[in-house]
Design a protein around this ligand. Structure first.
Ligand code: SF4
Length: 356
């Protein structure tokens, strides 16, 4: 007989399943082509893309494509079932001069024809989505457009001088879908004007717009940006690591619950970028700390739904490496949940968690 939930009086479930973030839609291999600042209408207050990508921001599209051609010239066609994705990162792809965009799309089409890639994506701003350009992307083999939304909050967008409103950002997401392209949404937790509450509202809004993936880039303070000046003047205070882990842990839990993959939880390590950082939530294992928090929050929610003391939790094997956080700091919280190590098993054949 099933036990009764003490709070609702309804029958409590015998098992609760929850997602632990198996990454969907990830290409086996990404071929990145970085276009730092190219096509951008301005330098945003927090952006240091040249340092972030390690690429020379003075290079033009022709030089960048020449290098990409050389790097892919020996690449064999994809094997059956293999995924390889060309990704135009950085800059504002859809606002590139038409001749440059055409060169990029010609390169993409050639790799596709030769069977050396199976997918392609580009990134851009939500206010640079002319229908004609979106059609061009679709016709030339782009599958997914990532929008650097950063926030849907009007105040945060205005403070960061993004030049569009939350409504425009939403509209941008719709335009990508209407053009028949998949949508990726990039958010910037901790940007000027963003609080944990604002960011979590951003995540809920983004999830309601049916994205294929999300990226979270906790806001950092690189030297040489307007944000660096604001930081020195005391006008901007970055989030702490603790605040970032707690908030992004909850955001990741929401994304897992909605079955949407989060393909970045922090800015990728890059020596030139790290050397230029003044402040902000930077930690070598930030992604793992956020995953650990999200897993614990998901388990807490599952225990509440189970309605009785948990007997056993089965987790995918990959969770074993991060579940207890930095130096085991989360062990006590797992124990308090009634889930000591003796009640947890790892299974390499499962892709989600099961609590009984
Ligand atoms: S944040 Fe985006 S739009 Fe702004 S400068 Fe950087 S790449 Fe360009």
């Amino acid at each position: 007989m099933s036990p009764l939930s003490p709070h609702s009086g309804r029958e409590a479930p015998c098992e609760v399943h929850f997602n632990t973030g198996a990454r969907q839609h990830r290409a086996d291999r990404i071929i990145p082509v970085f276009l730092p600042f190219l096509g951008c209408p301005c330098h945003c207050v927090y952006c240091a893309q040249d340092k972030q990508t390690g690429e020379d921001a003075s290079e033009n599209v022709r030089d960048i494509l020449e290098k990409a051609c050389a790097a892919t010239s020996e690449m064999p066609p994809c094997r059956a079932g293999e995924n390889r994705e060309l990704a135009f990162y950085g800059g504002t792809f859809t606002a590139l001069p038409s001749v440059d965009r055409t060169s990029c799309l010609d390169f993409l089409s050639r790799l596709r024809r030769e069977g050396r890639i199976t997918r392609a994506r580009c990134s851009t701003r939500p206010d640079a989505l002319a229908p004609k350009v979106l059609k061009e992307l679709l016709q030339n083999g782009v599958d997914l457009v990532e929008l650097g939304i950063q926030s849907f909050d009007d105040d945060a967008l205005a403070l960061s001088r993004r030049g569009y409103s939350g409504r425009d950002a939403e509209e941008g997401c719709r335009k990508v879908h209407e053009a028949g392209l998949s949508l990726g949404v990039q958010l910037l937790p901790g940007m000027p004007g963003s609080t944990p509450e604002v960011f979590l509202a951003d995540v809920r809004k983004a999830l309601s717009l049916s994205p294929s993936c999300l990226r979270f880039y906790p806001c950092l303070v690189p030297e040489g940006t307007v944000l660096a000046r604001w930081y020195r003047e005391g006008r901007y205070v970055p989030w702490t690591i603790e605040e970032t882990v707690k908030t992004l842990g909850e955001a990741l839990r929401l994304a897992w619950q909605a079955d949407v993959s989060v393909i970045r939880l922090s800015v990728a390590p890059e020596p030139a970028f790290d050397a230029a950082l003044l402040a902000g939530p930077r930690h070598p294992a930030l992604g793992a700390l956020i995953q650990a928090e999200a897993l614990l929050l998901s388990a807490e929610d599952a225990v509440r739904r189970l309605g009785h003391a948990p007997v056993r939790l089965t987790l995918p094997r990959f969770c074993q490496g991060f579940m207890y956080g930095d130096k085991g700091t989360l062990k006590e919280r797992w124990q308090a949940l009634g889930l000591g190590p003796e009640r947890i098993v790892f299974d390499r054949n499962t892709r989600s968690a099961m609590l009984s």
